[in-house]
Design a protein around this ligand. Structure first.
Ligand code: ADP
Length: 191
């Protein structure tokens, strides 16, 4: 089993790259953002709660996110492994993920970050907003809030995974397939 976290700021390309990389290793792609959006469009209770935070550019509270993620993981077992996109985003989420995987005698093997500077991220997200219809992509104010949430809550994970010698960062700027190739060769060199 191979379990990878694809890490990075909003707009760094995690979702796009995870869906390309998953096929290469036959992994299940779990995107917390996608699960929340699906629940929101289906009008579930979870969706109704999540959208209140997402639409403001805030993280959904840990308790809700962690229990949702646990259900997702269980629903895909057994499988060859996971590529986690948008999770974990807080230290508590990372610890819960470790605990859950440990209880199944599994672990995170590698955390790969896509490095993109803020100016480029804002540009990408505003452009995506024109076609995605995502409410959190519509204004620079909401995007800045997401970047602020990243700095306050998600950035500390870099050190959390560095200590475990699992963290590696790659350049996330370039053509889609260029970044995918960089990612795959980085993963191949580490597993
Ligand atoms: P992006 O990384 O481009 O912001 P995502 O689709 O990954 O896009 O996430 C969109 C929103 O979904 C986040 O801003 C947040 O509100 C919510 N979300 C996604 N993953 C998590 C998570 N692990 N913890 C809390 N909230 C999350």
């Amino acid at each position: 089993m191979l379990n990878i976290v694809i890490f990075g700021k909003p707009g760094s390309g995690k979702g796009t790259q995870a869906s390309l990389v998953k096929d290469n290793y036959d992994l299940v792609h779990v995107s917390t953002g996608d699960v929340f959006r699906k629940n929101t469009s289906q009008g579930t209770e979870l969706g109704k709660v999540a959208v209140q935070f997402m639409s403001k550019g805030e993280l959904v509270p840990d308790e809700i996110t962690i229990s949702m993620l646990k259900e997702e993981i269980k629903s895909f077992m057994p499988c060859n492994g996971f590529i986690f996109d948008g999770f974990p985003r807080t230290i508590l989420q990372a610890e819960s993920l470790d605990d859950l995987l440990k209880s199944m005698e599994l672990k995170i093997d590698l955390v790969v970050a896509l490095d993109v500077d803020n100016k480029k991220l804002i540009e990408r997200l505003l452009k995506r907003g024109k076609t995605s219809g995502r409410s959190d992509d519509q204004s620079e104010e909401k995007i800045n809030k997401r970047l602020e949430e990243y700095d306050n809550k998600t950035k500390p994970l870099i050190n959390f995974y560095k200590i475990q010698e699992k963290f590696i960062s790659i350049n996330g700027v370039g053509e889609f397939n260029e970044v995918t190739n960089r990612l795959i060769s980085t993963i191949d060199s580490k597993i």
